[in-house]
Design a protein around this ligand. Structure first.
Ligand code: NA7
Length: 538
């Protein structure tokens, strides 16, 4: 027997939970399907040692309820994974969301039934859910890239993926550990594993830029003082590109003296956290300006890491600073001064295979008890394409997106009526404080559903021409920046065979907001609408 709803939402992370909250307010009957055993999305799965958000806790949280933001007490400047998970669980309980969520339920397919204008979703445990609307809140970093190394199945030790970490944790003490991958996940877990392990070998293919987080406890008095201006803080954050208030000297980095520039970078380095690319207006658009900030960080690496050869290997030279999401760390570069840590450059000695005792390189081998794969995600499109999604007339999403994702505003797809996708390709979400993006997008989708109800509209669908124009705009905007100059997950470059298309929208949270509001005020321009009577065949 199928369960019928107005809205079926896939995913119970930040996006799915807020979507459920908003559609309930519209009086719609909704249900969330979640493959994990609890709420949390990426924060449910990424439990690796050292896992922490790169956005400050007071920003990386919902703003829709002032009571919620006033009562929740963050304990650290940058929240660690367990605290974020406790927060999301608190939100689920506080707003009584769990009663409309099925956990441990993985969606296998979502097919649009043209005759009834309904989405029909089937799950791994053979349940069927039917919805007038389907909202994909499946997350941009939720499908781990599978470690694909010859011989992994013969490895005699233990191996783990940062993105699928065991709930009981991992004890590295006395062990010879190898970490493969130096993106954000690797950079966060490496210092922690180094403290526990007998010996740690880091296998690096490409170095990334990372800045000190300068994480610290949040003092209750200071937090209380901050909260008195929370509403103003949120309003100001929404008017920024990244959904985070940043300090900017403005102007060109090339127009000030070397001393002024260094002072700005020094101040940022000492304060810690993200936002370095906002210090001047041209750091992400002018190669010369970017070179200056990249050189500054490379100089810092040189001054921290004692072995000059290791410092050189850790210094990124293949991409502009910021063309990949900049990592935040606690003691990352210092870790390479420890006696029990070694860096292997995979560019010089690639991994040939894994055998019973460890990792075999093109030259030499490293014997290990534990391997940690911090090798990233099939980002933005992975979770959607892992399901069998079919739109009108049975068109598979995989076919519609065979050359890369095509959306209108990142939120709708031509040929997939009444389906909305959140925080994905074609939106600024991956480049921003994603919780701020999620609120922006969920609010827009909810307002659209309310508008449809009010106007007796049964079906919306992106218009093909509007979608083509949006895809073109997303691409043209990225081309004006330095963002295309990195082999990043933004471009799908980390997954063999994935179409190389720059997926996020670089227009910023603020620029995107102006577009979303304009489209809505213009009667949801670009969306084809079908009236209730027509869709019901009356
Ligand atoms: P990332 O940023 O995609 O990093 C993955 C890392 O794994 C990166 O250093 C890769 O090197 C490396 N990698 C991937 N495959 C291999 C193979 N086959 N051999 C060696 N090394 C490999 O993922 P994260 O989980 O760290 O971070 C994702 C986002 O989460 C991050 O941007 C934040 O927003 C939070 P490569 O650079 O491809 O040479």
């Amino acid at each position: 027997m199928a369960d019928e709803y107005d809205v079926v939402i896939v995913g119970a992370g930040f996006a799915g939970l807020y979507m459920l909250y908003r559609v309930r307010q519209l009086g719609l009957k909704a249900h969330v399907v979640e493959r994990a055993g609890d709420v949390g999305g990426t924060w449910y799965w990424n439990r690796y040692v050292g896992a922490r958000c790169d956005v400050e806790s007071v920003d990386y949280s919902y703003s829709f309820s002032d009571e919620l933001q006033q009562e929740w007490q963050w304990t650290e400047r940058f929240p660690a994974q367990p605290e974020i998970l406790r927060y999301i669980q608190h939100v689920a309980d506080r707003f009584d969301l769990r009663r409309d969520i099925s956990f441990n339920t993985e969606v296998r397919s979502a097919h649009f039934d043209d005759s009834r204008s309904r989405w029909v979703l089937t799950t791994e445990d053979s349940r069927t859910l039917i919805g007038r609307y389907c909202v994909m809140a499946t997350g941009g970093l939720s499908t781990p890239a599978r470690p694909d190394f010859a011989g992994l199945d013969t490895f005699g030790g233990d191996w783990y993926q940062t993105s699928l970490w065991p709930h009981e944790g991992v004890d590295f003490s006395g062990k010879r550990v190898g970490v493969i991958g130096t993106g954000s996940s690797g950079i966060q877990c490496i210092p922690e594993i180094a403290k526990q392990a007998a010996h740690l070998t880091v296998f690096q293919r490409t170095p990334n830029f990372t800045l000190p987080a300068r994480n610290a406890p949040l003092e209750p008095d200071a937090l209380a003082e901050f909260k008195r201006g929370y509403a103003e803080h949120r309003a100001a954050a929404r008017k920024t590109k990244g959904g985070i208030k940043t300090r900017s000297a403005g102007g060109s980095a090339l127009a000030v003296s070397a001393e002024q520039r260094k002072a700005a970078f020094d101040e940022h380095w000492a304060r810690g956290g993200n936002g370095i690319t906002s210090l001047f207006d041209d750091l992400m658009v002018d190669e010369g300006a970017n070179q200056l900030v990249a050189d500054y960080v490379r100089d810092q690496i040189k001054s921290i890491v004692k072995d000059p050869d290791v410092a050189a290997l850790l210094s990124p030279t293949d991409h502009p600073l910021g063309a990949k999401r900049i990592c935040l760390d606690t003691g990352y570069y210092d870790t390479y001064n420890r006696d029990n840590v070694e860096l292997v450059n995979l560019r010089a000695r690639p991994i040939a295979s894994i055998d019973e005792n460890g990792i075999v390189l093109s030259e030499g081998r490293v014997d290990l008890d534990v391997i940690v794969f911090a090798t990233g995600f099939d980002a933005l499109t992975g979770a959607l394409l892992a399901m069998d999604i079919r739109g009108s007339r049975g068109t598979p999403l995989a076919e519609a997106w065979s050359s890369g994702p095509r959306t209108y505003l990142g939120l709708t797809v031509a040929g997939f009526p009444n389906m909305f996708t959140l925080a994905g390709a074609g939106t600024p979400a991956p480049l921003t404080n994603v919780v701020a993006s999620i609120e922006q997008q969920v609010d827009w989708v909810s307002d659209c559903l309310a508008w449809m109800k009010e106007h007796g509209i049964a079906r919306v669908e992106a218009d093909g021409a509007a979608q083509d124009a949006w895809v073109e705009h997303v691409f043209a905007a990225a081309e004006k920046t330095l963002m295309m100059r990195a082999s990043s997950w933004y471009l799908g470059a980390n997954i063999p065979g994935k179409p190389r298309v720059f997926m996020p929208y670089v227009g910023g949270l603020d620029g995107f907001d102006a577009i979303l509001q304009d489209v809505a005020h213009d009667g949801y321009r670009g969306l084809a609408m079908t009236l209730l009577a027509v869709a019901d065949g009356a």
